[in-house]
Design a protein around this ligand. Sequence first.
Ligand SMILES: C=C(C)CCOP(=O)(O)OP(=O)(O)O
Length: 286
Amino acid sequence: MSDYAKLVAGLTGEDILNKWSEVTPLKQISGVPKSAGSSTDNSIINETIFEGHNEEQIKLMDELCIVLDYEDKPIGAGTKKLCHIMTNIDEGLLHRAFSVFLFNEDGKLLLQQRADEKITFPQMWTNTCCSHPLCVPDELGITAEGGSSNQNDLSTAIAGAKVAAQRKLEHELGIPYGDAPLADFQYLTRIHYKSPSGGDDSKWGEHEIDYILILKTKNDITINANYNEVKDYKYVGQDELKQMFEDDSLVFTPWFKLICQTFLFNWWGNLDDLHSFKDDKVHRLL
Ligand SMILES: C=C(C)CCOP(=O)(O)OP(=O)(O)O
């Protein structure tokens, strides 16, 4: 077990709430806000930590992520900013995320290259779409189809991750909800990992429990990329992706590399039989 894994293994939800007073405990959020989009308060734009970054991306740092304990239980709402500051991550702050792998009818995987404007992991190639379920009832899963009133239940969290995935496919790639129906997302597993953001910017990073969602679509779905999020995108076959990994000029996100090294090619070879890969585990890749 790494030193970090040891550190976080000892942290309880209560420890986390005591350590980060900026995290609003879930039980104190009466009714949980219906929406938690970007803030109307523009003061975040001028914070020195964001110097040189894109205004639209800075505002998104005010979104409320779901802060977790180490059993993947939601314990509170913390801003995207708070959850992605590396010093917080190094002390154990953890949140919920999802990763979509979209395959077309030819079995090709849709990749995206993150925009230059992204504050974390800019310009890197990665899977179709990643983001965070927000701390709102639909994305916690408690009002979503397939969810229940018990926010600690795995099926509830999966239902919430699917709602968030549909929202972000539309936001980042302009994929209409009708081309990505909730019922078509297949949940496979969860991955717990931590990584600093690449490049010169060591202030930021990721530490999350990532819900893996597979989406099989028709070949002719609409894509209308939001260039504040996505610099480029392309469908690739397995060999083409392996060739991309050989190209030193291309950089990949750490979570995508980890998933490629562990699971992706097994899933990809069995797209018609994915249920055999489904589990209720959290794979700790720390
Ligand atoms: C790494 C994962 C799984 C979530 C982070 O995704 P992003 O960094 O792309 O999140 P957004 O800025 O798009 O919300």
